[in-house]
Design a binder for this molecule. Structure first.
Ligand code: PMP
Ligand code: GLU
Length: 397
């Protein structure tokens, strides 16, 4: 009766759990919610004022599907200065969040049975988007030993004559791993050699704490020609609900994505686009991303420190984004209140039901030995949340 591919799509576990935590809170439960990757800062005032300015100036109608010129021009400048990427406005498509950019990109490239290589752990939506496009996700395991980063050796082992795309999320959600320039050169050259398109999800580009972010497309003309780079406003400007993202790529692929978008959502919200334009235009006057990065870095250090001093659970030391991936495998097979903890879902459910802490089970990201917490939340809540995980660790038998 229904579309077979659609029936198989699993809802986003991150969004689902975040809604569940919100519902429990609204019912009066004292839940600490470390599920969703959403900065707990307010959208900066100058951007909010920008939205009002946009409304007053009449940016309340359909815009061209690909977005308003003002915003594209600012993105061109930002790409040059931050990403070291030379593109012009015809290489840009503005969409309803980076999520729509990813969907447009995958849908534009992937034919039935084409293979999409997805390094695991991976962000929850990639596999479901590939499913909707009729492609096949090839999940390639990475290891903690290698900081959960994919190597060309792993890619070679999974290359077939159906391989079409590699999705590279850098910095990574959920592991917090960040690729170095030389690692990216190797991966980029591998893609060029094997005629693979790279979808570079760089939504966390501003959130690197130890090294500067490198955009893979900036590493050579050949790599650039094979790469679709995706970013957005959700994380950097605390604008998750405004739904504004963009992608840059060669003009041919932008044209196809533009056509798809013109029949689905059409343009991104016109007011959000104008606000995004102001966000970039006036950033140097009113917004210091360094303050935001420093704040996340402080929380990262405190959380990691607290865990390593008070718990025997291992983590993957995060170098970017705002998540900590915690290895809960020592708790598996143990029991609490008569319930045996067999999986990351069991452990997340127990944390929620018995300790009032909402986290995301690693299985949603392809790894059942972990849970993910987000440190985009208030610092005290993060530490209290970690204390609850440690309480569980001490209570299991
Ligand atoms: N990619 C990754 C890795 C993410 O974690 C997210 C979630 N914010 C997105 C893309 C989508 O972001 P947006 O809010 O711009 O749709
Ligand atoms: N990307 C964020 C996360 O992983 C937001 C939720 C979502 O878009 O799935 O928590």
């Amino acid at each position: 009766m229904y579309n077979i591919k659609a029936i198989e799509v699993k809802p986003s576990i991150t969004l689902e759990l975040s809604s569940k935590a919100k519902k429990l809170k609204s019912e009066g439960k004292e839940i600490i919610d470390l599920t969703v990757g959403e900065p707990n800062f307010k959208t900066p005032d100058y951007i909010i004022k920008g939205a009002f300015e946009g409304i007053e100036k009449g940016f309340t109608k359909y815009t061209p599907t690909s977005g308003i010129l003002e915003l594209k021009a600012e993105i061109v400048k930002k790409l040059k200065s931050f990403n070291k990427l030379d593109y012009d406005i015809s290489n840009i498509l503005i969409s309803t969040g980076a999520k729509q950019c990813l969907f447009n990109a995958i849908y534009s490239i992937v034919n039935e049975d084409d293979e999409v290589i997805i390094p695991s752990p991976y962000w929850v939506s990639y596999t479901e988007m590939v499913r909707l496009a009729g492609g096949k996700s090839i999940i390639v395991e990475t290891s903690k030993k290698n900081d959960f980063k994919i190597r060309t050796k792993d890619l070679d082992e999974n290359l077939t004559n159906k391989s079409k795309v590699l999705i590279l999320n850098n910095p990574n959600n959920p592991t917090g791993s960040v690729y170095t320039k030389s690692e990216l050169v190797e991966i980029g050259n591998w893609a060029v050699r094997n005629n693979i398109i790279i979808i570079a999800d760089e939504i966390y580009e501003r959130l690197t704490y130890d090294n500067e972010h490198v955009s893979i497309a900036s590493l050579s003309e050949e790599i650039k020609n094979k790469t679709i780079t995706i970013s957005g406003f959700s994380k950097t400007y605390a604008m998750t609900g405004w739904r504004l993202g963009y992608c840059v790529a060669n003009k041919d692929i932008i044209k196809i994505m533009n056509a798809i978008q013109s029949h689905t959502t059409a343009c991104a919200n016109s007011i959000a686009q104008y606000a995004g334009y102001v966000a970039l235009r006036d950033e140097s006057k009113y917004y210091d991303t360094k303050n935001m990065i420093d704040e996340f870095n402080k929380r990262r250090k405190k959380s990691v420190d607290y865990i390593s001093k008070n718990s025997n659970l291992n983590i993957n030391f995060p170098k970017g984004a705002f998540y900590i991936f915690i290895n809960i495998s020592p708790l598996k097979g143990k029991s609490i209140s008569g319930k045996i903890l067999n999986s990351s879902i069991d452990i997340s459910e127990t944390l929620l039901e018995e300790f009032n802490l909402a986290v995301v089970p690693g299985i949603g990201f392809g790894n059942d030995d972990y849970i993910r917490i987000s440190y985009a939340a208030d610092e005290k809540l993060i530490i209290d949340g970690i204390k609850r995980i440690i309480q569980l660790e001490k209570s299991v038998q």
